[in-house]
Design a protein. Structure first.
Length: 239
């Protein structure tokens, strides 16, 4: 769940995707790109106010820097960290290697308006696949979990100018160790359930967001069905 230093193109920050050696030719096309900068958000403290007292946003960012062993920031004072430059964004383009066509990359566009309405309608916070472990984790999900975006933002270290593109995500937990339901009259799908908040809020580097996710709410229980037939990435990843 690493972070990357930003480059800029047409005034928007973008972040190169780390590709296997046999796919380095895709590097020029493979990049995470944030867009739709939200005005009037200039510091971490400004973004924290959007969530009021739901959780300690600044402390969560500090914990992320500790997990990622970013030594220059891991021991920062919380009050100083809260005043670090930060900008909020409303959408992210995620590069996804096309199934069985390694010379092509598809872009999954995900949106995140936080608590603000989207185009005079309700809020729009898309679901994404978050890479959280190795392929042995979570059964059929192979190290991935669905999470719902709550904020997309960049934090800048004022001393070095290094930018850290991050996402606040509400994470799920996998049911039945990620096994498919193959019982009689079963749906044959993996299910996930909500985590208890605030521990269900995670901050991750945007390079951990690997694809758009599609999950379906169970009308009878507090869980979701994972739709692994919505696109070829999901179909190939979850089987």
């Amino acid at each position: 769940m690493g972070s990357a230093q930003a480059m800029t193109e047409n005034s928007l920050p973008y972040y190169p995707m780390h590709l296997p050696e046999d796919q380095v030719d895709l590097h020029v096309n493979a990049q995470w790109q944030l867009g739709g900068q939200v005005p009037n958000y200039f510091t971490i403290s400004d973004i924290q106010q959007q969530f009021q007292n739901d959780f300690d946003f600044t402390n969560m960012i500090l914990s992320h820097f500790n997990r990622e062993k970013i030594v220059t920031l891991a021991t920062e004072n919380l009050q100083r960290l809260a005043q670090y430059p930060a900008h909020l964004y409303q959408f992210l383009s995620i590069p996804v290697c096309r199934f069985q066509e390694p010379d092509f990359v598809d872009m999954h566009m995900v949106r995140c308006t936080g608590k603000k309405p989207f185009r005079q309608g309700p809020v729009c916070n898309d679901w994404v696949w978050v890479k959280t472990g190795n392929s042995d984790n979570y059964g059929q999900l192979q190290g991935h979990l669905p999470g719902q975006l709550k904020a997309l933002f960049i934090v800048t270290n004022p001393a070095t100018g290094v930018q850290y593109p991050l996402a606040l995500v509400t994470m799920t937990k996998v049911d039945h160790s990620g096994r498919l339901n193959q019982q009689a009259h079963g749906h044959g799908l993996v299910t996930v359930s909500p985590r208890i908040l605030p521990s269900g809020y995670w901050i991750v580097g945007i390079s951990s967001l690997v694809a758009m996710a599609h999950i379906i709410k169970d009308p009878h229980r507090d869980r979701w069905f994972v739709n692994n037939r919505i696109d070829l990435w999901s179909f190939n990843q979850i089987y």
